[in-house]
Design a protein around this ligand. Structure first.
Ligand code: ADP
Length: 855
C-alpha cells in the first residue's frame, strides 16, 4: 500500500512549490522528488508533448526523478521524440484526461508491454497534464518492485495536483508571450523618433517637430499656439500644472510623466513625457522643452500583464481552495467547510451576489441537484428554517423548468443576462425569493460524465464566455473532488455491506460444530471459528498467523492444502489429548473482482469416527480376501492330493473284479464281492466328480480358466451332445430343434460343460413319469436353449441362492449333490457371455434357459 499520509504531505509541499516558484520548470523537479520519496516508487518522470518535423504528435522524456540506485534515463535517445502513434490506446485515455493506474501484466498494447517489461516495471500510474485544453504531457510513476495500484483517493488527489500544475504552465506560457511582445515593443520604440516640443511658461505650445503629427493626428500648425493641456486627458491637468510649477520654481530640474494623450480621432494614447527648463545663456528662463514617446502598446501590455498576474493569483487562491477541500475531505472526510470558502471566493471573483455548487444525480433518468453548499438567501421564517434544517445534508432541487434546470436537462452552460425575458426560465421563483437578474449555470463533468453543477447569480455586468473559461481549472478541480466523494461513498457502502456479511458469517461460524477458517495465500490462518477449540483443542488466538501443519502436525503424504478444491480428509493431532482427529476439509478459493485468488475459505468437519470405521472395514475386507485365497489354495491342493489315491482305489477295484471271474470262488461270494465293488466304484466316481468340480472352482478363482471361442453350428452341436448323453435307465431325452441351423461363436468346451450340468440336474431332480426336454429357439441376436424338467422344482424362497457355492435347497431330501454344479455353470456362462434365466415351481418342475449370443 502506498502511504496516504506521505502522499498527502508531498502533495501539500508540491502546492507550496508551485505557489513559490515563478517558473513551473523550477518547481517540477522538486515536486517529483517529493512525490518520489512519498510513494517510494522507482522512478517519476514527465513526458512533454510536441510535434515532430513531420507534424506528428510526439512526446519527449523531459523531467525525471530516480530512487537511489535506479539508473537515470534522461539522456536516452529513444525517449526523445517518441511518436504517440505507437501507444494510441494510452494516448486516447490520457488525451481525454483519464488517469491510467494499472499493472503491466494487464496491458494489451504489445509495444508498450515490451517497453515496460524491458525496464523491469511491474505497475505504473500515468496522470495527464492539461494546460488549458491542450494535452501538455503526463506524469508517470514506475514501480519495479511491486505490483501495486494507487487507491482512488490517492489518484484523485494526484490528478488535482496535475491540474494545478497545468494551470501554472498555462499562466507561465501567457506570461512569457507577453514578455516577448514587450521586448519587440522596446525594439520598436528605440527606432522611433521622439516628438520634440517647447512650451512657454504658461504652457502654450511654441514648437513641435513633425513626428507630432504621427502621434496625435493634429498638424503642427493646428497645434502650435494652443495650450498643451488641451491635448491630454483632463484627469492629468492638475498633475501637469504641478509638475510645470515645480520645474519653473527650480524644485525639480527635469521631470517625467506617463499620461494619456487624446488623439485627433478621440483615441486615448499612453505617452511618456520628459521635460526640463529651457534657459538662455544669460540664465533667464525661456520656457520648457522636452520629448514625448508613444508608450501606448507597452503600457497596455503592462496593464494586461498586471491584470493577468492578479487573475493568476486569484486563480491560484481558488485552486488552493479546491485542493484544500480535496485534502480535508481526504483526511477528515469533511468537504463542506472548505467548499463554503471556495464558493465565497468564486462569488467574489465573478462578482456574483449568490450561488450554489452541488452534485448531479439521476433518478429514473431524470437529473436532479443536491447542493454541497449554497449562499443563504433565506427571505422569511419558513425559508430560514428550511435552510437551517437541510443545509448540512444538502438541499435537493428537482424542478427542471428553471434556468439551472436547463443546465441539468441539457448539460450545457447557461449564460442568462436578462433573466426576466429568458425563455429558458419559464418556472416562477418562490414568493419572496430575491429577484434573479443574471444567471450563470455551469455543468461539471468528468470523463464526459455529468456529475455536478455550479450556479451563480446577479453579477453587476453581463456573464460572459470568459467567465466560464476562467473558471475552467476550478471546475475540473471540483469534478475531481466530486469523483473522490463518490468513490468514498461507494467504498463506505461496500464496507457496510462487508460488515453485515461479516456479522452474518460470524454468527454462522461461531454457532456450528464445523470449523470455518480463512487462510491467506500461504495457508496461514486469518480467521478460524471458535469450534476449533472443541474439535482440536486449539484456541483461535493461538493459531492465527500460523499454518495448519505448524500447529497440528503433518502426516506423511498429507495432501497439499492450497492445491485442493474438492473435499479431502486430513489427519490432525488433538493439541491436548494427542488423539488422531480426521478432518474432512472443503477448500474454496475466494477471488477479487479481477479473478485473482486472495484467500481460501476452509470448512472442516470432524469425521474421525467414520474414518476409523472405514479403516477397520478395509482391514476386515483384506483379511477376508486373504482367507478366501487360503481356502482356494487349500482346496486345489487337497483335490490334487485326493485324485491319485482315488485313481489307485478305482484301478484296484477293477483288478479285484477281474480276479473275481475266477471259477474257484463260489457264486454266493462272487455276488457279495460284486455288490461291494460296485458300491466302491460308485462312490469313487462321485468323489472324483466333486474333486473335478473343486479343481475347476479353484482354477476359476485364480483366473486360470482359458476361454477359446470358435464358430460352431449350434443345432448339430447340441444334437450330438444330446444323442451321446448317458440317459438314465427308463428315461428318454428329446431335443426340439429350430427351423434352420445357426452358426455362432462360442467356447464349445465350456458350453457343453454347462449344458451337461443342467441336463444332469434335470434328470437328478425329475420325479414322476414325464422326461426332461431340450428346446431350441432363436431371435435375431440369440439362440435360446431351454432344459426343462417336471421334477421337484425349487422352493420360491430359495431361488435367489441357487447359484451360490455349496447351496442346496431344502427339498432335495436324499438326492445326493454338493451344491457346486450351478455355481460353476453360472461362472462359466458369465465368462463366455451367456446369460442364464430360470423358472421353477416346487413340485411342478424347473426350466433353465441359456441366452447364447451369435457373436
Ligand atoms: P447339486 O449338486 O446339489 O445338484 P447344483 O449346484 O447343481 O448342486 O444345484 C444346487 C441346488 O439347486 C440343488 O441342490 C437343488 O436344490 C437346486 N436345483 C438345481 N437344479 C434343479 C432342478 N432341475 N430341479 C430342482 N432343483 C434344482
Amino acid at each position: 500500500m502506498y502511504s496516504n499520509a506521505a502522499i498527502l504531505r508531498a502533495i501539500g509541499e508540491s502546492y507550496f512549490e508551485l505557489e513559490n516558484n515563478s517558473r513551473p520548470s523550477k518547481a517540477i523537479p522538486k515536486i517529483i522528488a517529493n512525490l518520489g520519496q512519498a510513494t517510494k516508487v522507482d522512478r517519476i518522470y514527465i513526458f512533454k508533448n510536441h510535434l515532430n518535423d513531420l507534424g506528428e504528435p510526439c512526446m519527449t522524456y523531459t523531467y525525471e526523478w530516480c530512487a537511489p540506485g535506479v539508473t537515470p534515463q534522461l539522456d536516452f535517445d529513444y525517449l526523445q521524440e517518441l511518436p504517440w502513434s505507437l501507444f494510441s490506446d494510452i494516448e486516447t485515455d490520457l488525451r481525454t484526461n483519464r488517469v491510467i493506474n494499472a499493472l503491466v501484466k494487464d496491458t494489451k498494447n504489445g509495444e508498450f508491454y515490451e517497453a515496460m517489461v524491458a525496464q523491469g516495471i511491474l505497475s505504473y500510474l500515468f496522470i495527464p497534464i492539461f494546460s488549458g485544453s491542450y494535452f501538455w504531457g503526463y506524469i508517470g510513476f514506475d514501480n519495479c518492485s511491486k505490483e501495486e495500484l494507487f487507491t482512488n483517493d490517492q489518484v484523485s488527489s494526484l490528478h488535482a495536483l496535475a491540474a494545478t500544475l497545468g494551470v501554472k504552465i498555462l499562466n507561465d506560457l501567457q506570461h512569457r508571450k507577453l514578455l516577448r511582445s514587450r521586448k519587440s515593443f522596446y525594439d520598436l520604440i528605440n527606432n522611433m523618433n521622439d516628438v520634440v516640443f517647447r512650451l512657454d511658461l504658461e504652457g502654450t505650445i511654441k514648437y513641435l517637430n513633425p513626428v507630432w503629427e504621427k502621434l496625435s493626428g493634429y498638424t503642427v500648425e493646428e497645434s502650435v499656439g494652443k495650450q498643451t493641456f488641451d491635448f491630454y486627458e483632463s484627469e492629468y491637468w492638475v498633475e501637469i500644472q504641478q509638475r510645470l510649477d515645480n520645474l519653473i520654481n527650480g524644485i525639480t530640474l527635469e521631470d517625467m510623466l506617463e499620461l494619456k494623450l487624446i488623439h485627433k480621432n478621440g483615441q486615448r494614447i499612453w505617452v511618456k513625457v520628459y521635460a526640463k527648463l529651457l534657459k538662455k545663456e544669460n540664465g533667464k528662463i525661456q520656457g520648457i522643452t522636452g520629448t514625448v514617446f508613444n508608450i501606448h502598446q507597452q503600457k497596455e501590455m503592462m496593464l494586461e500583464l498586471q491584470e493577468s498576474q492578479r487573475s493568476q493569483q486569484r486563480l491560484n487562491e481558488l485552486l488552493q481552495a479546491v485542493n484544500e477541500a480535496h485534502l480535508s475531505f481526504f483526511v477528515e472526510n469533511d468537504f463542506q467547510s472548505p467548499l463554503e470558502v471556495f464558493l465565497d471566493q468564486i462569488l467574489q471573483i465573478t462578482g456574483s451576489k449568490f450561488g450554489f455548487i452541488g452534485e448531479v444525480f439521476f433518478d429514473a433518468g431524470q437529473p436532479y441537484l443536491v447542493t454541497h453548499t449554497l449562499t443563504n438567501i433565506a427571505w422569511d421564517e419558513d425559508s430560514k428554517e428550511f435552510f437551517k434544517k437541510n443545509y448540512r445534508g444538502g438541499i435537493e432541487f428537482r424542478n427542471l423548468d428553471t434556468l439551472f434546470g436547463y443546465t441539468l436537462r441539457t448539460g450545457e452552460v447557461v449564460l442568462a443576462n436578462d433573466v426576466a425575458t429568458d425563455p429558458r426560465a419559464s418556472g416562477m421563483l418562490p414568493k419572496g425569493h430575491p429577484p434573479l437578474k443574471r444567471f450563470l449555470g455551469i455543468p461539471v463533468k468528468k470523463a464526459g460524465k455529468f456529475i455536478g453543477m455550479m450556479g451563480f447569480a446577479n453579477k453587476e455586468t453581463d456573464y460572459t464566455e470568459e467567465d466560464v473559461s476562467f473558471l475552467q481549472p476550478l471546475i475540473s478541480g471540483y469534478a475531481n473532488l466530486i469523483s473522490a466523494i463518490r468513490i468514498n461513498r461507494a467504498r463506505k457502502k461496500a464496507e457496510e455491506l462487508q460488515r453485515i456479511s461479516d456479522e452474518k458469517y460470524k454468527l454462522v461460524s461461531e454457532n456450528t460444530g464445523d470449523i470455518i477458517a480463512l487462510h491467506d495465500l500461504q495457508m496461514r490462518f486469518v480467521y478460524v471459528s471458535p469450534s476449533i477449540k472443541k474439535v482440536l483443542g486449539a484456541s483461535p488466538d493461538d493459531i492465527i498467523g500460523k499454518k495448519p501443519s505448524e500447529v497440528f502436525g503433518v502426516k506423511e503424504n498429507q495432501p497439499e492444502l492450497s492445491m485442493q478444491t474438492e473435499k479431502f480428509v486430513v489427519p490432525h493431532f488433538h493439541l491436548l489429548t494427542g488423539e488422531e482427529i480426521y478432518l474432512e476439509i472443503l477448500m474454496s478459493p475466494l477471488m477479487n473482482e479481477s479473478g485473482e485468488v486472495y484467500s481460501y475459505l476452509a470448512t472442516s468437519r470432524d469425521v474421525t469416527q467414520r474414518e476409523k470405521m472405514l479403516i477397520e472395514l478395509k482391514e476386515t475386507l483384506a483379511r477376508e480376501q486373504e482367507l478366501n485365497q487360503m481356502k482356494t489354495r487349500f482346496i486345489s491342493m487337497t483335490s490334487h492330493e485326493f485324485r491319485t489315491p482315488l485313481a489307485t482305489v478305482q484301478s484296484s477295484v477293477e483288478i479285484m473284479e477281474m480276479f473275481l471271474e475266477n471259477e474257484e470262488i463260489s457264486n454266493k461270494v462272487k455276488d457279495k464281492f460284486s455288490l461291494h465293488f460296485s458300491r466302491i466304484s460308485l462312490q469313487v466316481e462321485r468323489l472324483s466328480k466333486v474333486i473335478a468340480d473343486l479343481l475347476l472352482i479353484g482354477k476359476s478363482s485364480q483366473n486360470k480358466i482359458i476361454v477359446s471361442k470358435q464358430p460352431i453350428a449350434i443345432q448339430s452341436f447340441l444334437g450330438n451332445l444330446v444323442d451321446n448323453y448317458p440317459v438314465p435307465p427308463e428315461r428318454t431325452l428329446k431335443i426340439n430343434k429350430m427351423q434352420q441351423e445357426i452358426e455362432l461363436t462360442t467356447d464349445p468346451i465350456w458350453l457343453s460343460h454347462i449344458v451337461s450340468n443342467l441336463i444332469d440336474n434335470a434328470f437328478k431332480y425329475s420325479k414322476g413319469p414325464k422326461d426332461p426336454q431340450v428346446i431350441l429357439s432363436n431371435d435375431e441376436k440369440h439362440v435360446f436353449l431351454t432344459i426343462k424338467d417336471f421334477g421337484i422344482g425349487i422352493p420360491k424362497s430359495e431361488q435367489k441362492y441357487i447359484f451360490d457355492s455349496f447351496f442346496r435347497a431344502k427339498n432335495v431330501s436324499t438326492i445326493k449333490g454338493t451344491g457346486l454344479g450351478l455355481n460353476i455353470v453360472k461362472d462359466f456362462a458369465d465368462r463366455i457371455g451367456i446369460d442364464i434365466q430360470f423358472k421353477s415351481k416346487e413340485n411342478e418342475g424347473s426350466a433353465f434357459t441359456l441366452l447364447i449370443p451369435y457373436e
